[in-house]
Design a binder for this molecule. Structure first.
Ligand code: BGC
Length: 731
């Protein structure tokens, strides 16, 4: 170390010590002291009232510190696609500040579609920097609930239908955010798999499905070191998930040894006694109407505020539990605001926009291409851009995840940039209605006029680019409401079919956070799923359409032929949406492609699927059993060749199944994947490791993970329905 730096560190050390000495030798102020020492020291200085004050909100998005001791308040923000604009102290109205524009990153379902954990780390780092600059200590995200049904209004905020993929993608995001000493708050723990009745629905799910499907991503986030977790609105075992004995105390805190803070979802806490005893650490967002008090003195009336203090005084709540909560909140504060070497962060930078664009490009999925794409700009084609989604701003919509972004490039803008304004015409084609989270605002335009204009515009062009899908309005990928149907809304199906009749060179770009009906796609020459992509949305889409970027996204959710093909929709209302009180996950562990495989149903576009402008050959895999015997790991070596004319990326996927088993088994389950970049003509060997414990199932009779012995089938390929089979035996 250089002399000067040494001196500087000594000086900083001295000033920290003297600050600590000023406060009565307080270890908690000594940033270099071990975390637990600091926590215990601070805890020892708090009164009961001060400890209770740490456990509930003091405003819509912050909770108290300890002003007397210089322990700061905790400031929180949504999440997970960018830092949300500033809201009123007590309300949901925006402050209309001018310093809260942020970068909008792609929706998490798009991140999942990259199948690229490195980009998840990049995403987490970038959004963590923005949170840090905006002085946030907790970022409310990422969401990692499983996409059980394509009707779920919040699938776009989650990472797909497969627990392994979600786990691999959630962990780097968490690590990335926390590099800025901002806590990730992984949500919504657990079983928040629908928005309809979300505030109270009681989920009945088998232990196996809970452990094998719905919890692994949260466990991965805990193993990645997340400093906080958000409880969900749902109920499990007829108990609110925000204060749930089994989920929070037994599984999260005891079994997984999570040492961070559990934060309630906003309005998810409903009972003082349960919140005190069953694992909630910070109560947020309780609605005044849920309390039997007026709005005055609101926060003091929270379940974990004065009523908690009274319960403690009466002896109805335990001081030990209170200390445990206070400890966790102090840890949160010391890990974030009161940490050593906290970086400064940065906001809405060109660098973040660039990173957002890279992630967006990587997540776009090419579903169909009859040779029409890429559209090289040199061809000077006359392009008709049709569709409301070509001009609709999406980032600042959809509920809690909305971002007031400093810029959002629409598809139309980017197409005009790429192909020249003079070559592009636009017609709206259909009207998706005014943006609204809480009501359906009927379209005001004349549907027939829009259609006529679109058909005229399409008829005059060489190529038609239709931008449709969903739009984050109520019932169209939006918090607090599920979709009402699997179909495309606003008459898009009929419009697409009519467009195909006037111009056969029709390319459809779907912008959505969920699978949608694509029964009309026989009429289109190419089909792209772009998801919601944030600030650089249009740029990323145009990059792919023009071939500047070779698409490499793969579906993180199954596209079903019909809604009834989805497991959750095969049992009638009992399994979705439930009877208003309970919902029963009757498909059990067979979620997404697992159900399709088990029932022999062909997906319309399968999980893991996505085309490229190149073609990749995945050769015969080698299985290294010796390696397995020594390290309890199966090593699969797969030769991959880019046989096409352009460089690109392919995702090698390994699924495992067990044909002869006494258990209910999915025919195959994703257990490893790797995204590989290859230049045209290049070959490479991809090595994938599967530790044998990854093959374990949850044994309900002993409540333990167990590995069945015998033969397993390995399926290696580039989608869940395009694989080559191998056999390996586990002794
Ligand atoms: C959502 C959370 C969000 C919170 C704060 C809730 O309604 O479910 O995801 O973080 O509000 O906006």
């Amino acid at each position: 170390m250089k002399k000067k730096t040494c001196l500087l560190l000594l000086l900083i050390g001295a000033s920290v010590t003297s600050m600590a000495q000023q406060k009565d030798g307080a270890v908690y102020l000594d940033l270099s002291a071990p975390l637990e020492e600091r926590v215990e020291d601070a805890l020892g200085r708090l009164t009961v009232e001060e400890k209770v004050a740490l456990c509930h909100a003091q405003s819509k998005f912050s909770s108290k510190g300890v002003a007397r001791l210089g322990i700061p308040e905790v400031s929180m923000s949504d999440g997970p696609h960018g830092i949300r604009a500033e809201l009123e102290w007590d309300g949901w109205n925006y402050l209309k500040s001018s310093n809260d524009y942020a970068t909008a990153f792609p929706s998490l379902v798009a991140l999942a579609a990259t199948w690229n954990p490195e980009l998840s780390l990049l995403y987490g780092k970038a959004i963590g920097e923005e949170a840090r600059y905006r002085k946030k200590d907790v970022l409310l995200g990422p969401g990692c609930n499983i996409c059980r049904t394509p009707l779920n209004g919040r699938s776009f905020e989650y990472l797909g239908e497969d627990p392994y993929l979600v786990s691999e993608m959630v962990a780097p995001y968490v690590r990335g955010v926390q590099q800025s000493h901002v806590a990730a708050c992984v949500k919504h723990f657990a079983l928040n798999n629908q928005e309809l009745n979300r505030m109270h629905v009681n989920v009945k799910v088998s232990d196996r499905a809970l452990r094998e499907i719905y919890l692994p991503a949260f466990k991965a986030a805990v193993d990645a070191g997340t400093w906080s977790i958000m409880g969900s609105y749902s109920q499990y075992l007829n108990q609110r998930c925000c204060h749930n004995e089994v989920l929070l105390n037994r599984i999260l805190k005891e079994e997984w040894a999570f040492d961070g803070a559990v934060i309630s979802d906003w309005g998810g806490c409903h009972d003082t006694r349960q919140a005190a005893a069953y694992g909630l650490d910070i109560e947020m967002g309780t609605n005044p109407e849920d309390l039997s008090y007026s709005k005055d003195d609101l926060y003091e009336n929270y379940y974990l505020a004065r009523p908690y203090l009274n319960a403690l005084r009466r002896g109805d709540a335990s001081m030990k539990d209170l200390d445990e909560k206070a400890r966790r909140v102090l840890r949160l504060i010391f890990r974030t605001q009161m940490s050593a070497d906290r970086p400064w962060g940065s906001l809405a930078t060109e660098e973040h926009a660039r990173q957002s664009r890279i992630i967006a490009q990587d997540g776009i999925v090419l579903l169909k291409n009859e040779g029409i794409l890429p559209l090289k700009p040199e061809r000077k084609l006359r392009i008709a851009v049709i569709g409301d989604n070509a001009v609709r701003l999406m980032s600042n919509a959809g509920g809690a995840s909305e971002v007031k972004t400093w810029r959002e490039i629409t598809p139309l803008q980017a197409i005009e940039e790429k192909y020249g304004k003079e070559n592009v015409t636009f017609a709206m084609g259909y009207d998706g209605g005014a943006a609204s989270y809480s009501q359906v605002i009927p379209a005001t335009s004349d549907a027939e006029e829009l259609r006529t204009e679109a058909l005229r515009c399409a008829g005059d062009a060489d190529i038609v680019l239709f931008f449709g899908g969903l739009n984050k309005n109520m019932h169209q990928d939006c918090e607090n409401s599920d979709r009402l149907s699997y179909d495309l809304p606003y008459g898009q199906k009929e419009l697409i079919e009519a467009l195909a009749k006037v111009n056969e060179n029709l390319v459809v770009v779907l912008i959505s956070g969920n699978a949608v009906d694509t029964s009309w796609d026989k009429d289109v020459k190419a089909l792209v799923e772009s998801w919601y992509l944030g600030s650089e949305s249009g740029h990323a889409i145009a990059d792919v359409l023009a071939g500047d970027v070779n698409p490499s996204g793969k579906l993180p959710v199954s596209f079903y032929e019909r809604l009834e093909d989805c497991g959750a929709h095969s049992f009638g209302t009992q399994a979705y949406p439930g009877d208003g009180k309970d919902v029963e996950y009757l498909e059990d562990i067979l979620v997404g492609y697992r159900w399709l495989d088990a029932k022999g149903i062909q997906a319309k576009y399968p999980f893991g699927y996505g085309l490229s402008y190149s073609t990749f050959q995945i050769g015969k895999a080698g299985l290294d059993k010796k390696q397995y015997a020594e390290t309890e790991t199966i090593r699969i070596t797969v030769p991959v060749t880019n046989c096409g004319p352009v460089s690109g990326k392919e995702v090698v996927q390994v699924y495992v199944g067990k044909k002869h088993s006494d258990l209910l088994r999915a025919p195959k389950e994703l257990k490893a994947f790797e995204k590989v970049y290859l230049r045209s003509g290049e070959s490479s060997e991809v090595s994938l490791d599967i530790p044998v414990e990854r093959l374990a199932y949850w044994d309900e009779s002993t409540s333990q993970w167990r590995i069945e012995k015998g033969e397993y089938q390995l399926y290696v390929g580039n989608s869940s329905q395009n694989t080559r089979q191998y056999v390996i035996s586990v002794k």
